[in-house]
Design a protein. Structure first.
Length: 187
């Protein structure tokens, strides 16, 4: 099984409820460490305008290059569900290794706190909630219902298999576990 995310770009209003819920649930202090962020893009010319939001988080890739880049094997992909997890205690820190995982990740998912030589942390699809049969907190916090999560086969059956969206570039090298309902781009 491979767990992943679905993002409906046509529904997202950029309210950041998912991002705030993530920080709150995972006890992430205010500051630069954010496990889920947004990109914002405007396209077109008046009167044909389009505003698009895109999430940025760990997409629990089929081939996580961050794990390959880690010099101490602190990042692993769980066989049971495909969630890519990091052992922050095993991580030797951003200064000591030079942030190799962050440099390898095409989605800038690895996050470091503001402290000196802080260890890496990132989205883990709310593994604690998953083990209780619950959805990630970001999915439950989204009042626009732009997010969903689950087994990638189930998500594909429900939503299709679109891997491109405005502001997102799919990486064949990593194969991120994300499906989109993209907005139509204004030309």
């Amino acid at each position: 099984m491979q767990l992943g995310l679905y993002f409906d770009q046509t529904r997202c209003v950029g309210c950041n409820a998912c991002s705030v819920a993530c920080k709150d649930w995972n006890d992430i202090d205010a500051g630069p460490e954010n496990w889920l962020t947004f990109g914002y893009r405007e396209d077109g010319d008046y009167p044909d305008l389009c505003v698009s939001f895109i999430i940025s988080t760990c997409f629990h890739c089929e081939k996580p290059v961050c794990a390959d880049a880690c010099p101490v094997d602190a990042i692993v992909k769980r066989e049971a569900d495909g969630i890519v997890v990091v052992d922050s205690e095993k991580c030797i820190g951003k200064d000591e290794c030079g942030s190799k995982c962050l440099k390898a990740c095409p989605y800038n998912a690895p996050q470091f706190g503001p402290g000196q030589n802080a260890g890496m942390r990132k989205c883990h699809l709310c593994l604690d909630r998953h083990l209780e049969g619950k959805k990630p907190v970001c999915v439950e916090a989204c009042y626009a219902r732009a997010l969903d999560s689950g087994d990638m086969n189930d998500l594909r059956a429900k939503y299709g298999d679109i891997t491109e969206a405005i502001g997102f570039e799919y990486s064949d090298r990593t194969r991120p576990s994300i499906i989109f309902k993209p907005k139509k781009q204004v030309r």
